[in-house]
Design a binder for this molecule. Sequence first.
Ligand SMILES: [Zn+2]
Length: 379
Amino acid sequence: MSMDDVEQHLRSIPLVDHHVHGAFVVDIDRREFETHINEGSPEPIPEWMTMFDSQLGFSIRRHCAPLLDLEPNAPADAYWQRRTELGRGVVTSRFLNGANISDWVLDTGFSAGVVHTPAQLAAVVSGKTHEIVRIEVLAEQMVAEGVTAGEYIDGFRARLRSSTATAVGVKTIVAYRAGLDIDFSRPGAAQVERAAQRWITETGSAAPRLTDPTLLAFGVNEAIDLGLPIQIHAAFGDRDLDLARCNPIHMMPFLRRPDVNKVPITLLHCYPYHREAGYLAEAFTNVYMDVGLGVNYTGTRSSSIIAEALEVVPFAKVLFSTDAWGPPELHYLGAALWRESMIRVLRPWVDQGDWTAADAIRVVDMIGRNNALRLYGLE
Ligand SMILES: [Zn+2]
C-alpha cells in the first residue's frame, strides 16, 4: 500500500458533511453571487474589484469550471456565461452530486426560503439529510408569536423538545450574538424572566433578535440538559460578529463544567483559531472541531490550515464540513478542496515514512466519515 492508494481513497470516499446549509433555490445574478463568495462583508462588491480575484474565486475557477464543461482555471467571465447557460437546476445538481457526500447534516436556521430545506435537498442529492436546530431561532419565534416573560422558560423547553424530535443535534450562534466570552453559568428563573421581559419590551413589533447574554446562556444550558450534540459557531464569520470575542479558548470555564462534559460539543469553523480549537479538542473528551468554511476561503492555502488543524488534536476529534450556504459551488468545492488538501498534507508524511499509507487511510475515514457517524448517531 502506498500514497497512491491514499490518494485514490481520498478522491473516492463518500464524505459526511457535519455542518452545511442548503444551496440556493432562487436565481441570483453575478453581483449577488460575488457577495456570497465573501464571508465578512454584507455589502455589494465594489465595481473596481471582483471576488473572483481571491483564493476562493481562483479555486472556483480551478475546481468548479470542469463541472460546467470548461477547462480548469477558465476566466471568470466565461465561467459566469456558462453557468448562466446551464441554468440553476443543472448547475446545482452537478455540484451537489459531484461533492460525493453520503450524509448532509443540515443547519436550517439561516435564511429559510432562499436555500434548500432538508426535504428540498433530499430531492436533489443521492445522500441522506439530517437536521440541526438553531436554538436562538426558537427563542425568536416565541417572541414573534407574543410569548410573555412568565411563559418564556416553559415555552422554550417545550419548543426545544418538539423541534428536535427528529433532529440529530442543535446549534448555537452565541458567538455572533454576544461572543464566546460571556458568562455561561445557568441563570435562575427570575433572572431569565427579567431578561425576557426586557427583550419583549424593547423589541415591540420589530423582528426579534436574541442578543441578551442571560437568555443566550439559558438557551445553551437548556441544550446541555437536552443531551443532543451541540454545534458552537466559533471564529470566522461575517462582520456581524466580534472576531476577537469568538476565539473558542474563551469557553474553557464552560467546558470545565461536569454537566457540559456529558454532551458532545463540536466547534465549527475555528479559523483563524483552529490551533486553539485543536487544543480544546485534545483537552476535553467531549469536544470536537472542524475547519470547514476556512477551507473554501483559503483555497489552495487550505492545505496549510488543514495541516495546522492536525497538530495536537487526536484524530478521533476532527470532523469534515463544508459550511456551504447558497452557491452550490461552495458545497462541491468544500469537499474537493478538502480531498486535494488532505492529499497534499499526507503525501510527505507517508513518503517520509512518518505515517504508513494504511494509517493515513484510517485517519481519512475517521475525519471524513466515522467520527461524525458515531458522534451524531447517523448509522
Ligand atoms: Zn454554517
